[in-house]
Write a protein that binds this ligand. Structure first.
Ligand code: GDP
Ligand code: IMO
Ligand code: MG
Length: 440
């Protein structure tokens, strides 16, 4: 049983992203001392609405809107300094205090050539493209793992080291970039090490006061009794090891990535809250067994404003895949689940829940974390009655219509984890706390 008042909390998406993690992190941040990003980069798009005002966060931990918590960008994040500075400026102009940010000196840097490579690879793959956010995420993690020319945030304050690494990277990359441009029929791009180093140094100058050893910082905070809030970016089914490979992102975006990506021991992660939409969405390519390519799907997309926070792309929409969510609950060890966007499902005669898959090898109630195999699975549905009441004003379980409660209860019993809160609108306040004291 989860501790009702744990010192640290993790918020992790249980589907393919955009579950409403940002809103939950914002709600929890006031009770924590630091909000910590441990994976991903500017591919994340977390939308938080406070008092009717919408904030879009990409690299900034969503706790930045709280007046208390420190924002920490951990070593496992890939940081695009240009995008981060733009975000800092945009938030500052909205009146947000962005001064409480610390960035790991070991976090890898996304440089302009990573975005060029991301774009080129997608163009080159054409029909087989992953549908990335083109934020340079895969190439930046690639350089980190390859170890030849990875640039870390600490290098931005060391001109000699930076220059040497960028020169080597440009030399290596110019060979393949030229070849790929030719093959893809695109105008040639030549990477210029002087230009890129100069740009990176100027970004480094502005960011230098925020760069530090976040591993010592977080472990010292923990030892001193402070509460840490780990904010997952992307989500479990996009995890490079456990998601629908190869249609995934390039980091461990489940709770399993926290220890390596923040530099903390497993015992530091107290409770895990999984975040789950009341239906499914996915951005980019890859299998999604419950996808709806019809008027019902269009209606859910419109009602849920299902357009990407980062790229503006329309999100693919489908019925809730409980097989997938139960897998994610297991993988993350989710102690509780925050359900979001239940209000969007108002107005349908019936609601469907995927409880198994039909596959060429027979029926299974296990998730299939493999892109090619999952693409051959078709959903087995259970059908429940729908509801018509507007839920956006509901603040307690009793106020929900009977059919909405039955929907929630069926989900809870299938996934085997308690649903501790239910989102009924984008605003911070539009939430039903099912188990007060546990949820927040
Ligand atoms: P994240 O990436 O997991 O932080 O999620 P996003 O911010 O990308 O997408 C979730 C979207 O749903 C945002 O536009 C939120 O403002 C919105 N949202 C979050 N919770 C709710 C909810 O309970 N109801 C409605 N209608 N919208 C919500
Ligand atoms: P948040 O944090 C939804 C998807 C992309 C693409 C795949 C790989 O807002 O939930 P990448 O640019 O990471 O190489 O793209 O992963 N993707 C997301 N989809 N929400 C996200 O983040 C995502 N981050 C990556 O659409 O299919
Ligand atoms: Mg998002």
């Amino acid at each position: 049983m989860a501790d009702a008042n744990p010192r640290s909390t993790a918020v992790i998406g249980l589907q393919w992203g955009d579950e409403g993690k940002g809103k939950l992190v914002d709600r929890l941040a006031g009770k924590h001392d630091a909000t910590v990003r441990f994976n991903g980069g500017a591919n994340a798009g977390h939308s938080v609405v406070v008092g009717g005002k919408r904030y879009a966060l990409h690299l900034m931990p969503s706790g930045v809107l709280s007046e208390r918590a420190l924002g920490v960008i951990g070593n496992g994040v890939v940081v695009d300094p240009e995008a981060l500075l733009k975000e800092i400026d945009a938030l500052s102009s909205q009146g947000v205090d962005t001064s409480r940010l610390v960035i790991s000196d070991r976090a890898h840097v996304v440089l302009p050539y990573h975005k060029v490579e991301d774009e080129l690879r997608e163009a080159f793959l054409s029909g087989g493209a992953i549908g990335t956010t083109k934020r340079g995420i895969g190439p930046a993690y690639g350089d980190k793992v390859q170890r030849s020319a990875g640039v870390r945030m600490g290098d931005l304050t060391r001109p000699d080291v930076l220059r040497e690494k960028v020169e080597l990277a440009c030399r290596l990359k110019n060979v393949t970039v030229q070849r790929m441009c030719e093959e893809a029929g695109l105008a040639p791009t030549v990477l210029n090490a002087d230009e890129i180093s100069a740009q990176a140094l100027s970004w480094g100058e502005r960011l230098a006061p925020m760069i530090d050893d976040t591993v010592y910082l977080l472990n010292t905070m923990y030892r001193d009794g402070k509460r840490l809030l780990f904010e997952g970016a992307n989500a479990t089914l996009l995890d490079v090891d456990h998601g629908t490979y190869p249609y995934v992102t390039s980091s461990n975006s489940s709770a399993l990535g926290i220890c390596a990506g923040a530099g903390v021991a497993p015992s530091v992660v107290g409770r895990v809250i999984g975040v789950m939409k009341a239906y499914s969405t996915r951005v980019g390519a890859g299998p999604m067994p419950t996808e709806l390519s019809d008027a019902t799907g269009d209606l859910i997309r419109e009602r849920g404003r299902e357009f990407g926070t980062t790229t503006g792309r329309p999100r693919r929409v489908g019925w809730l895949d409980l097989v997938a969510v139960r897998y994610s609950v297991m993988l993350n060890g989710a102690d509780e689940v925050a359900m979001t966007l239940l209000d969007v499902l108002s107005g349908f005669d019936e609601l469907r829940l995927c409880v198994a898959y039909n596959t060429p090898d027979g029926q299974t109630d296990r998730f299939i974390p493999d892109g090619a195999r999952l693409s051959r699975a078709t959903p087995v549905y259970e059908t429940l009655p729908g509801f018509t009441q507007d839920l956006t004003g509901c603040r307690s379980l009793d106020e929900l219509p009977v059919a909405a409660r039955a929907y929630v209860e069926r989900i809870e019993s299938f996934i085997g984890a308690p649903i501790s809160s239910i989102g009924v609108g984008p605003d911070r306040e539009q939430t039903i706390d099912v188990s007060p004291g546990v949820g927040v």
